[in-house]
Design a protein around this ligand. Structure first.
Ligand SMILES: NC(=O)c1ccc[n+]([C@@H]2O[C@H](COP(=O)([O-])OP(=O)(O)OC[C@H]3O[C@@H](n4cnc5c(N)ncnc54)[C@H](OP(=O)(O)O)[C@@H]3O)[C@@H](O)[C@H]2O)c1
Length: 277
C-alpha cells in the first residue's frame, strides 16, 4: 500500500507542545501529593521539560535563512498565491512573466519580475542565470498555447535548472497523467488525453532533471470558499481525485520548500471539504 502523507493539519512542531502540556498536567497532579512525592515529581517534570525542549529544538530549524524562489506562472491564479505564501514565509521571491502578462495579482508585493516567454529557451536561461535560485516553482498554465506547451516549458526549465544550481523544482501537474488515469472520469478523459500526454512528458522531464523535485497534481482547482478552513492535503495515492483550493495548494507548495518528505515524490492535492462539482 502506498503511504498517505497528510501535511494538512499537524506538524512536528505543533505536536510537541501538546505533549508538553500533558506532561505538565501530570506534573501538576503530582504536586498535590505529600512532600517526598512532590520532590520526585518535580524532578521528573524538570527532566521531561528538558527532554521536550530538546525535541522541540530538533524539530524546528533554528532561524533558517530565506530561500531564493523563482515562480514560473507567478502572475497566474495559483502562481500569485504561491508567491504570496512564499513571501509570508520570509523567502525572496522572483516571478517569471511575459511583457503582456497581467500583473494585477502581484500589485504591491515585493517581488522581482523577470520578463520572458517560457517557450523561448534563451529567456528561461537568462532568468535562471540572473541570480542563484534555491527553488523553482512551475505553476504555468498554457494560456493561448497548444497542449505541447507543458512539455516545452518543462524542457526549457529542466534544461537550465541543474546547470544554474537550482536545488528543488516544484512542478504543478494534473491528475489524469500516467498511473493516475484510472482516477480520472472516463467520460472526460478522451477529450483531455492529448493534454495529459504533454503533461506526462513534462513530469518525466522534471523527474529526470537531476534536481530534487516535487510533483503536485491537481484535479480541480477552486477558490477557498469564504469562511471555510483550508484543509488541503498531499496524498501519494494516485487514485486520489477531487477539488482543492489554490490557497491550500500554495500553502503546501511553500511547506515543501524545506520538508524532506516532499523530496522526489509525486502527490495529489485534495481538500475533502471542497466539492468539485
Ligand atoms: N484550473 C484547474 O482546475 C486545474 C486543474 C488541474 C491542474 N491545473 C494546473 O494548475 C496550474 C495553474 O493553473 P491556474 O489556473 O493557476 O493557471 P492560470 O491562472 O491560467 O495561470 C497561468 C500562468 O502561466 C503564465 N503563462 C502562460 N503562457 C506563458 C508563457 N508562454 N510564458 C510565460 N508565462 C506564461 C500565465 O501568464 P500570461 O498572463 O502571460 O498568460 C499565467 O501567469 C496549471 O499547470 C494547470 O494546468 C489547473
Amino acid at each position: 500500500m502506498l503511504p498517505r502523507l497528510g501535511f494538512g493539519y499537524t506538524s512536528l512542531t505543533m505536536s510537541i507542545p501538546a505533549k508538553f502540556q500533558q506532561a505538565l498536567a501530570r506534573g501538576l497532579v503530582a504536586l498535590r501529593s505529600p512532600a517526598a512525592r512532590l520532590r520526585r515529581a518535580a524532578s521528573k517534570v524538570i527532566l521531561l521539560f528538558a527532554l521536550v525542549s530538546a525535541l522541540a529544538a530538533a524539530a524546528t530549524p533554528p532561524n533558517s535563512p530565506p530561500l531564493t524562489v523563482l515562480v514560473f506562472g507567478g502572475s497566474g491564479q495559483l502562481g500569485s498565491l504561491v508567491a504570496r505564501a512564499a513571501l509570508a514565509d520570509g523567502h525572496k521571491v522572483s516571478v517569471f512573466a511575459r511583457e503582456s502578462s497581467n500583473m494585477q495579482r502581484l500589485q504591491g508585493l515585493p517581488v522581482t519580475v523577470i520578463r520572458g516567454d517560457v517557450r523561448e529557451s534563451a529567456d528561461v536561461e537568462r532568468a535562471l542565470k540572473s541570480q542563484s535560485f534555491d527553488v523553482v516553482v512551475d505553476a504555468l498554465g498554457r494560456s493561448e498555447s497548444g497542449v505541447e506547451f507543458y512539455e516545452q516549458a518543462a524542457r526549457h526549465i529542466t534544461r537550465w535548472a541543474a546547470p544554474t544550481g537550482v536545488k528543488h523544482i516544484i512542478h504543478h501537474g494534473s491528475v489524469g497523467v500516467a498511473e493516475s488515469r484510472a482516477a480520472y472520469p472516463p467520460k472526460l478523459f478522451p477529450e483531455r488525453s492529448p493534454l495529459f500526454v504533454s503533461k506526462e512528458a513534462a513530469e518525466k522531464r522534471v523527474r529526470e532533471s537531476g534536481v530534487t523535485y516535487t510533483i503536485i497534481r491537481n484535479a480541480v482547482l477552486r477558490p477557498l470558499p469564504r469562511g471555510q478552513a483550508d484543509r488541503a492535503q498531499l496524498l501519494e495515492d494516485p487514485l486520489t481525485f477531487g477539488a482543492v483550493s489554490r490557497e491550500g495548494v500554495a500553502r503546501l507548495t511553500v511547506q515543501c520548500f524545506r520538508d524532506p518528505r516532499c523530496s522526489n515524490r509525486t502527490f495529489h492535492a485534495i481538500d475533502a471539504g471542497i466539492q468539485y462539482r
